[in-house]
Write a protein that binds this ligand. Structure first.
Ligand code: ATP
Ligand code: MG
Length: 419
């Protein structure tokens, strides 16, 4: 993509009412646009990052047997009354609206009911199970506080998977696989080293749920980390009794602020019971399906990466989710400089190496460098009079202070091997 054609521009300032680092950097660099408190649009650069995150999650979900579908955002009163979650007295963050011809609809704030209600029409025998359905979807929550940028939106994009198993045992087996899939997701997204599987409150059906908590001062949670065991405990369940039951010593724990980037939950029969979601086992006996839920917010993950991996110049994207791999900057308007840059741009496109080409002719070198640091693409390649005189192109990692000169062929093969 040529930057001259990218309609977004970097900005010196973010909106005055924006207090979070993730939103400030993402707005200034042109990844997102603030529509109102807690509501953001994803601009071309931001959508590319979101799509990369989506692909990682999709791969990990498919690997453990997930089947993708897309449920409607519109939710019917009748369905949610079955599980007693329609009333505003029970759920305080619904967005609801009225239909012209009478009746109400809600906008999805979560998705257990939608999946359980659909599966009710298809599951009857033990042969139908287990099933692991998931979708990527916009979720709407009338959050009271929304000052954390895309970490806590009133509209946000998530993946939720629901597992439908025949027994506790079958459920637990999948639950352990899901833990590994979640670890992979955060590892691949570049925050694995800061993310801990965390014991949290479990609701009615299990003692604990498991959160994936990433250490950051921007977080709203407090966790206690056992570095050696690689696990943590959420403050909400932190008691002497719990520590003992988990075999953890108080002295080994370090307190940190963190953000919940993902969450997995054993649901038991909490939702299968109200939907009468049953199957006949081998002996013809009817049994309730055992469910689990597995959620991750894509915007929250993206915002967390920005919170933990940026520096004073801007964002530092991990290669796996960066909007482009290479930021090509052409400095100077001489024909031969421009031709060299065009040649490299075409070669990179031919090879399928994603490149943002700063081909703007009315922007100073200093501004191009500052923009490049702010946008945070992993490799910066500069073509200038000096680089050509030195024998080629200057390549620099976003995290390095100085670049080095490299020939066209070496540059291509270096970046190809990184693919
Ligand atoms: P929190 O405790 O932070 O309010 P939650 O426990 O309500 O989140 P879940 O309902 O379990 O969250 O949703 C699953 C995932 O969706 C969370 O782990 C998080 O990644 C993401 N998420 C939840 N709420 C938001 C939000 N308002 N904005 C962005 N992402 C969110
Ligand atoms: Mg939570």
């Amino acid at each position: 993509m040529k930057q001259s054609q990218l309609f977004t521009r970097t900005k010196k300032d973010s909106p005055a009412d924006e207090v979070s680092l993730n939103a400030e950097l993402l707005i200034r660099a042109g990844f997102i646009n603030k529509e109102m408190a807690g509501v953001y649009s994803y601009l071309p650069l931001g959508l590319r990052v979101l799509n990369n995150i989506e692909n990682i999650i999709r791969e990990e979900m498919n690997k453990i047997g997930g089947i993708e579908m897309r449920t409607s955002v519109f939710q019917s009163k009748e369905v949610w009354e079955k599980s007693d979650r329609w009333s505003d007295d029970v759920v305080d963050n619904w967005f609801k609206t009225k239909l012209k011809n009478g009746g109400e609809v809600g906008l999805s704030f979560t998705n257990e009911e939608a999946h359980a209600n659909i599966l009710k029409s298809y599951v009857s025998s033990y042969k139908d199970l287990p099933i692991y359905t998931y979708d990527f979807k916009s979720i709407f929550r009338n959050e009271i506080r929304s000052k954390s940028g895309i970490l806590r939106g009133r509209e946000f994009y998530w993946k939720a998977l629901y597992s439908f198993s025949r027994s506790e045992e079958e459920h637990n087996e999948f639950y352990e696989k899901a833990k590994i899939a979640y670890k992979n997701i955060f590892q691949r997204a570049g925050i694995g080293h800061l993310t801990y599987i965390t014991f949290a409150s479990g609701g009615t059906f299990s003692k604990f749920s498991h959160e994936f908590q990433t250490i950051t001062g921007a977080g709203e949670d407090i966790i206690y980390i056992d570095e050696n065991k690689g696990i943590a405990i959420n403050k909400e369940v932190y008691t002497d009794e719990v520590l003992e039951s988990l075999g953890i010593n108080k002295e080994d724990l370090v307190e940190n602020k963190s953000i919940e980037v993902g969450n997995i939950f054993s649901l038991g029969t909490k939702f299968s019971a109200p939907f009468d979601l049953k199957y006949k086992d081998e002996n013809g006996e009817e049994k309730l399906v055992v469910m689990g839920s597995y959620g991750v917010g894509l915007g929250r993950l993206m915002g967390t990466v920005v919170e933990v991996l940026s520096d004073d110049k801007g964002i530092i994207w991990p290669e796996s989710i960066a909007p482009f791999k290479v930021h090509l900057l052409v400095l100077g308007n001489d024909e031969n400089i421009k031709n060299s840059a065009d040649e490299l741009y075409n070669k990179l496109n031919e090879k399928g190496i994603e490149v943002l080409f700063d081909d703007r002719s009315d922007v100073s070198a200093g501004e191009k460098f500052a923009d490049s640091d702010l946008i945070g693409i992993p490799y910066r390649v500069v073509v200038s009079k000096r680089s050509l005189a030195d024998g080629g192109f200057e390549i620099k990692k976003r995290t390095e202070a100085n670049g080095k000169i490299i020939s066209l062929d070496d540059l291509i093969s270096f970046l190809e091997n990184k693919n």
